[in-house]
Design a protein around this ligand. Sequence first.
Ligand code: ADP
Ligand code: MN
Ligand code: MN
Ligand code: MN
Length: 336
Amino acid sequence: MAVKAEYLWVDGTQPTAKLRSKTKILADGEQPGIWGFDGSSTNQAPGDKSDCVLRPVFTCPDPLRGGDNIIVLCEVELIDGTPHPTNTRAPLVEVAAKYADQEPIFGIEQEYTFFKDGRPLGFPVGGGYPAPQGGYYCGVGADEVFGREIVEEHMDAVLAAGLHLSGINAEVMPGQWEFQIGPVAAPLVADELWVARWLLYRIAEDHGVSATLDPKPVKGDWNGAGAHTNFSTKAMREGYDAIIAGAEALGKKRQEHVDGYGAGIDQRLTGLHETAPWTEYSYGVSDRGASVRIPWQVEKDGKGYIEDRRPNANVDPYVVTRLLIDTICGDAAGQA
Ligand code: ADP
Ligand code: MN
Ligand code: MN
Ligand code: MN
């Protein structure tokens, strides 16, 4: 039986890259190999030198097509086999290898917002606003929860694909939701996040809904959408000194991190709506108004992980994981 392999890659759209995909039919027993695409249609090449190369890096069962069909996530390369300038995974792989001895792992909380007919799901059809925030977060009932059937379908698909899902929840704004991938090492956590995003878009598409990663989908008194990134090294999982050292290390590169945490971050990190202002760095135990939170359980246990609350929903997970490893592990190794 022929196998349908859905090849996924991250394109070159600025300021926020998009996922693209196309299907390759594999003959019986054929392995998914390198493939190509028209980079001039994805902001990755000029028309006269349009060929870009897809190199498979992560494969999983395709839960939507079922059977032996697969999803094949790729890195983009130039025809000489070097990483394409838009390929942010290649530099992550280098940094992750350099500090592999510190055993860094991540859990990423992906928030997102469903849109239908130009407004968030649950916002009134005739325009205007629903009741103010307060009851929607982890809510229940048709007056508070919008899109649960899509969320459930997505959860089942992510699990069937074998990804490391750790949970889902309804968020603070109507139509806003979250899923978490992890805790696992990079680049795997980021590969799985990209695949989980694609499954979300694809499933929502069947419901006539678009899932978006806009960091501030509704201006005003409505929560933005983030991608809190939880991080630990072996030393952090064993003792509190490394927790504090990690939180301190992040303070040394505030601007570099904020620059890499997703377009429009100044719109979301205002100091309101459970955020710290992007212009300042802070950390604290249980503090959801700090840049970095040390969960209360971590303080109590004297070990665990820290949560960088700053990354936007539209962050490139290859970038945020690289920055965290480079900064925290580099600092611990005395090289930052
Ligand atoms: P929140 O209270 O911020 O909403 P969540 O439960 O949504 O927290 O997310 C916590 C995340 O932390 C999960 O993705 C989980 O996988 C991750 N996590 C748990 N332990 C660790 C650890 N030791 N290192 C890194 N991430 C971790
Ligand atoms: Mn969460
Ligand atoms: Mn959340
Ligand atoms: Mn969080």
